[in-house]
Write a new protein. Structure first.
Length: 274
C-alpha cells in the first residue's frame, strides 16, 4: 500500500508543473521497456491491447473484466504510476460507471480517463456525460484513493461540426463535475491546443500525439500542455514494422524487413534486468 500511495502521489506531482510524456504500452514487455527508457509514468491503450488480442478497437471488443485484468498486469509490470484508458467506463449508465471505476481503482492505477463517446457512435448528451464524470469522481472519493480523473471530450474524433467550441464547453462541464485533468483527443493544430489549454486553466491538459505533427515535446510544453500521451502510436509503429517485414517475406521472399530489428542480445539483456 505504501508503494501504491507513493506512485499516486508522484503522478499527481507530475501534473502540477512542467510537461511530461506518458507513453502507452500494451503488454508487460513494452511496459518494462518504456520504464527502462526513463519515462515517469505509463498509460494503457485500449487500441494497443485490442490489437494484441486480434481485435479491433471497438467499445464492445473487450469485456470490462479483460480490461481490468490487463490494467492490473500493466500496473504490476513496473514501479511507475499508471493511467488507465477506461473508455466510457464500460457501462450504459452513471451507476455502472461508478461500479466499474471502483473496480479499476482496485487494480492500483494512479489515474483513469472517462470519455464521452457513446459505444454505438456519437456523443453522450453533455448533461449525461457530466453525470458520468461525477459518478466516477464519487467512486474514487469513496475508495479514499488519490487517483486522478481525466475527463475526455471526443468531439474531434466523432465528427462534431464544431469540435473546438463543443470540446471547450464539455471540458468545462467535466471540470465542474470533478475531473482533475482535461483531454480532447484528435487536435492536430498548435493554436487549437493553445486555445484548449487556456480555456481549461488552471486544470492540466493532456494532448494526444498519434503521428508526427511537426512538433516536439518542447513545442507542446511552450503551449502550456502538461501531459502528452501517444495512444496507439507505439503499437501501430510496431505493427507497421511487423507487417512490412511479413509482407515482404510472403510476396517475394525478401528478408530486408528484418533490417532495423532490435538485436537479440539487447532484448535479452533488457528483460534479464527485471
Amino acid at each position: 500500500m505504501e508503494d501504491l500511495t507513493a506512485r499516486r502521489a508522484a503522478f499527481r506531482r507530475l501534473h502540477e508543473s512542467g510537461c511530461f510524456v506518458i507513453p502507452n504500452p500494451w503488454d508487460i514487455g513494452t511496459a518494462q521497456a518504456l520504464a527502462g527508457a526513463g519515462f515517469p509514468a505509463l498509460a494503457t491503450t485500449s487500441a494497443g491491447f485490442a490489437f494484441s488480442r486480434g481485435l479491433p478497437d471497438a467499445p464492445d471488443a473487450l469485456t470490462v473484466e479483460e480490461v481490468l485484468d490487463h490494467t492490473a498486469e500493466i500496473v504490476a509490470a513496473t514501479g511507475l504510476p499508471v493511467n488507465a484508458d477506461f473508455q466510457a467506463g464500460y457501462a450504459d449508465d452513471a451507476e455502472g460507471v461508478a461500479r466499474n471505476v471502483a473496480r479499476c481503482v482496485e487494480t492500483g492505477v494512479a489515474g483513469l480517463s472517462i470519455e464521452d463517446a457513446r459505444p454505438g457512435g456519437g456523443l453522450f448528451e453533455i448533461g449525461e456525460a457530466a453525470e458520468r464524470i461525477a459518478a466516477a469522481r464519487a467512486a474514487i472519493d469513496a475508495a479514499g484513493a488519490d487517483v486522478l480523473l481525466t475527463g475526455r471530450a471526443e468531439c474531434f474524433l466523432t465528427g462534431h461540426p464544431e469540435p473546438l467550441e463543443e470540446a471547450i464547453r464539455r471540458l468545462e462541464a467535466y471540470a465542474e463535475a470533478g475531473a482533475d485533468v482535461l483531454y480532447a483527443p484528435g487536435i492536430a493544430d498548435a493554436e487549437q491546443m493553445r486555445t484548449i489549454v487556456e480555456a481549461a486553466a488552471p486544470k492540466p491538459v493532456n494532448v494526444l500525439v498519434g503521428s508526427d505533427l511537426g512538433l516536439r515535446v518542447e513545442d507542446l510544453a511552450a503551449l502550456g500542455v502538461r501531459r502528452i500521451s501517444v495512444g496507439s502510436a507505439l503499437s501501430r509503429a510496431a505493427w507497421g514494422a511487423f507487417l512490412r517485414a511479413a509482407q515482404g517475406l510472403a510476396d517475394d521472399g525478401s528478408f530486408a524487413g528484418f533490417d532495423g530489428a532490435a538485436p537479440f542480445a539487447e532484448l535479452n539483456e533488457l528483460f534479464e534486468r527485471r
